[in-house]
Write a new protein. Structure first.
Length: 111
């Protein structure tokens, strides 16, 4: 295939939206929290068993977190609880949707 035959589409910044998945903002937010948890576990050089004990969960949950499988079914509450167990403070800010925004509100995570 020649380079001129390829179509390149610029990302919106949210791969889940680019894939036209429902709840793309929520999926991006959860994946950001999950990635942060994985990075902390890696930085601390924790095994899955040690991480599970620290997070008060089963090793299978840590394995799912590491593989990315089922993150959509993990609740924000669970992910934030794990972050707190990993000595992280969490701040939630709620703002009114701007009038220029024509759809519903959005979820955004900043780490």
């Amino acid at each position: 295939m020649k380079n001129e035959d390829q179509i390149i589409t610029k990302s919106s910044g949210n791969v889940f939206a680019d894939l036209d998945l429902e709840n793309s903002d929520e999926l991006l937010a959860k994946s950001t929290l999950a990635r942060t948890i994985r990075e902390i576990i890696k930085d601390r050089k924790l095994t899955q068993a040690k991480a599970a004990k620290l997070l008060d969960t089963h090793q299978t949950q840590v394995s799912r977190l590491n593989s990315g499988a089922g993150i959509d079914s993990m609740s924000f509450d669970l992910l934030m609880n794990w972050l707190m167990r990993l000595d992280r403070n969490i701040t939630v800010t709620v703002k009114k949707t701007p009038k220029s925004q024509t759809d519903f509100g959005h979820i955004q995570v900043a780490v």
